[in-house]
Write a protein of this length. Structure first.
Length: 259
């Protein structure tokens, strides 16, 4: 009886210690909700356009991240040590660069003063101050996070199951879609959520490469500069409302799969 009482007391003490930590971590969110909720009528001009631009470009960037990141992370999970070390180094460069510097590099590569940028312009798809540029900026900010997380998810798979599918006559591509993807789905959901959060919140690279069309992160900065804190917080609340559902769903999928 005493042992059970002591255990219950310890659990209560842990919960009492946990809630202050949760409050500290979530303080910016609660502050945003409390303040922005009192001034919702102060949305700055162009809020709807910025919201649509952010959603469209972020979905495109996420699709591009999946197209590039899935096969790359799948290959990395079974590559040799030297190849893995080389990929880690290559991924670390965009990951560690300040976003503003990444934007400068992208502007140098895709800008109209370079051969590649001029070639894109000749095709009528310039990458600066365009939806393509905004998508590319979000993609390069998000793809290292996705590849690292997806790589870990594929690496955690039971290789015996994969080898059994190959021995059963499945082609590598078929085994990837029918075996590897379903087994790694929880980790891939988290990787996709990380990529989504990174691309929809991207600011440093887009403000250099694609100031126009204006998405929500750049729109928040413009609203703060021209109208003050309250309208900027309104846009920030919209950004949180758009960005939050997908990570929450992904975390729920991962928790259910872990049970």
């Amino acid at each position: 009886m005493r042992a059970g009482s002591a255990q219950g007391s310890r659990l209560t003490a842990r919960r009492l210690l946990l809630w202050p930590l949760v409050a500290i971590v979530t303080l910016p969110l609660w502050a945003l909700l409390l303040h922005a909720g009192t001034t919702f009528s102060q949305l700055p001009p162009g809020s709807g356009s910025a919201t649509l631009t952010s959603v469209t470009s972020s979905l495109a960037a996420l699709a591009l991240t999946l197209i590039v990141g899935l096969p790359l992370s799948w290959w990395a999970a079974s590559a040799g040590p030297r190849s893995q070390q080389g990929l880690e180094l290559l991924l670390a460069v965009p990951l560690l660069l300040p976003p503003l510097v990444l934007g400068l590099v992208l502007a140098y590569v895709f800008g109209p003063t370079t051969g590649f940028g001029q070639w894109l312009l000749n095709l009528g798809i310039g990458a600066t101050n365009s939806m393509l540029g905004l998508t590319l900026a979000g993609f390069y900010e998000a793809v290292p996070y996705f590849v690292y997380a997806a790589w870990a998810a594929f690496s955690a798979l039971d290789r015996d199951i994969l080898e059994a599918s190959w021995l059963a006559g499945m082609r590598p591509a078929t085994a990837f879609y029918r075996v590897a993807l379903p087994l790694a789905a929880p980790g891939l959901a988290v990787a996709g959520a990380m990529a989504w959060a990174r691309t929809i919140g991207a600011f440093g690279a887009p403000i250099v490469l694609a100031y126009h069309p204006t998405g929500l992160p750049v729109g928040i900065w413009i609203a703060l500069s021209e109208f003050g804190l309250a309208p900027a917080l309104q846009l920030a609340l919209i950004l949180v409302a758009i960005a939050l559902p997908l990570p929450l769903v992904a975390m729920g999928v991962a928790r259910r799969a872990a049970r």
